[in-house]
Design a protein around this ligand. Structure first.
Ligand code: IPE
Ligand code: IPE
Ligand code: MG
Length: 223
């Protein structure tokens, strides 16, 4: 398969910084540099959408200093957006620091749709929260006694996007950590040990090659 919509769990930033004798916050800055390279390269590989996990609903458990460093890095990335992509967000933006919330709202309002690639940034995102949020919206807006899968999916925050073809997780852990739970039902999963700031074009190429050799069956028979 050739992914059009790729999800990335950008894990390993903190460990990268520690391995270089740097404060963890330097890992988040380095991580966003890696992201810029990967966006540019993804365009050349005809990827239409990158959904990247930047901050999970569980990441609030971290020390305040670290949370602020992560938000600062996202803020600086969003304040000087590259011209190469349009940006959208998924997750609950309500509890974010005011400045980041305003920047995200402004980007959403002015969103261009003619760019070569869409960068969908998951901030304060959790797959479970997104599903529960969808249920609450359905409960408050409809008096349905039954609902089908496609109507349910239309209430998720990524409802306007095609399903995520593949998810890459860097940093060595082999789990989804609450990323795109509903949407990943048939996604191809790729786990690599590389820490996110070290992830580069050649590694993405290697993964795309591996994905090309995988066949998606979606429950059907081998052909
Ligand atoms: C992942 O990097 C990004 C965020 C959680 C924001 P980590 O901060 O989890 O990096 P490691 O896993 O501790 O190395
Ligand atoms: C997942 O990484 C969240 C992001 C990459 C934003 P974590 O580092 O938070 O995940 P766990 O705690 O190892 O499961
Ligand atoms: Mg981590």
């Amino acid at each position: 398969m050739i992914p059009r919509h790729l999800g990335i769990i950008m894990d390993g930033n903190g460990r990268w910084a520690e391995a270089h004798g740097l404060p963890r916050q330097e890992g988040y800055k380095a991580g966003l540099l890696a992201l810029k390279k990967i966006i540019a390269y993804s365009i050349t590989r005809n990827i239409d959408i990158l959904t990247v996990y930047a901050f999970s609903t569980e990441n609030w458990k971290r020390p305040n200093e670290e949370i602020n460093a992560i938000f600062d890095a996202i803020q600086s990335f969003c304040s000087s957006p590259t011209n190469m992509c349009s940006i959208s967000f998924c997750g609950n933006l309500e509890n974010l620091p005011d400045k980041l919330k305003k920047t995200a709202e402004e980007i959403t309002r002015k969103r261009k749709t003619n760019d070569k690639i869409l960068l969908n940034i998951a901030i304060n995102y959790g797959g479970r929260a997104d599903i529960v949020n969808a249920v609450n919206k359905i409960l408050s807006s409809q008096s349905l006694s039954k609902i089908d899968e496609s109507t349910f999916a239309s209430y998720l925050s990524n409802s306007k996007l095609p399903s995520v073809d593949a998810i890459i997780r860097t940093g060595g852990e082999k789990r989804l950590s609450n990323f795109l739970l509903y949407e990943s039902a048939y996604s191809e999963l790729v786990f690599v040990d590389t820490l996110w700031p070290d992830f580069d074009e050649s590694e993405l190429d290697r993964i795309l090659y591996e994905l090309q050799r995988r066949t998606q069956k979606f429950g059907g028979a081998y052909v």
